[in-house]
Design a protein around this ligand. Sequence first.
Ligand SMILES: [Zn+2]
Ligand SMILES: [Zn+2]
Length: 351
Amino acid sequence: MKELICPKCGSTTHNLYENVCKNCFFKQFKLAELDPVISTQICARCGSKFERGQWTDTKHDTNTVLEKVESELLLHENADIIELGFEPQKLTPYQYIVNVYIQAEIYGMPLEEKLTTEVRVQRSVCDACSRIAAGYYEGIIQLRASNRNPTDDEKKKCDHLVRETLTRMEKKGDRLAFISNMSSSKEGTDYYIGSSGACRQICKIITSKLGGEHQESPSLFSQRDGKELYRVSYAVRLPKYVPGDILYFNNQVLQIKNCDKKAKCIDLQTGKKVIASIEDIEKAEFLGVYNDAKRAVLVAIEDNSIMVLDPTNYQTVTLKKPFFLTASEGEEIPVLKTEYGMIPIPEELKA
Ligand SMILES: [Zn+2]
Ligand SMILES: [Zn+2]
């Protein structure tokens, strides 16, 4: 084999590594470099990290510390890294010691190295947390219902949708997707939301799930650096009628089964399905709900009619036999007393 002379030390060798002999190569070779002290900034309230002038969501301090160490670690570009291990040790919330273990190969020769660094953690408050603390909001969602108060069930469903949407948007990177304040009354709930984009998304989701509509009305609240800043009110109006409501509409007695884009109803006389636009159904006359019904004794059942005892004056009344009737003679059935006469209604009002 050809003998070569190392230009650095003059010794003879069979192989040169980056133009010097093996000894000289390893004398100057540095597998990895890491500053003995590095620092990072973490939000004391939410755990977000501050890097390259920007706050980013992370929820786990130790991960943030390790990511920081990894990003600061310089590895020789020609080395093949076989294993890279990090061993964090939390001394205080402000100080970590991290050991880094590296197993590598360079020009087919195995190498091992252990480095240690101290990570100093600065605890400050991120942009989003300081805005939450200051009560910052860009939009108010006003949840209401048309000509009635929203039910507890609707309020609960909406609250769930609001929070679920905010969590999703925060994960997508909208750092202002938070509730900075809320207030609730019989008439509905107001949500003060950090991001107006999140408000719009929430309104879309609520009206697609529960029906109704929403309106935006912006109002200028300040000017900063020549930029006009708006706060937007989002009025969400849930539909006037909810599943189970019994209405008088186009000479029919209807019960609402579902009310979102359209009102889906059932004709309580014939059992026929009726679909009406929200606009039309809002003109219907409200007759009542199951809880408004009285119990009346079913006296007789014929082919097309039934006889019931009016629970207020005990007179016998003959009515058309409703399609849903399952009760037998002598049993009680729920009826609504209305200006259109006595109306038998179904027992189960599950929508
Ligand atoms: Zn040499
Ligand atoms: Zn924060």
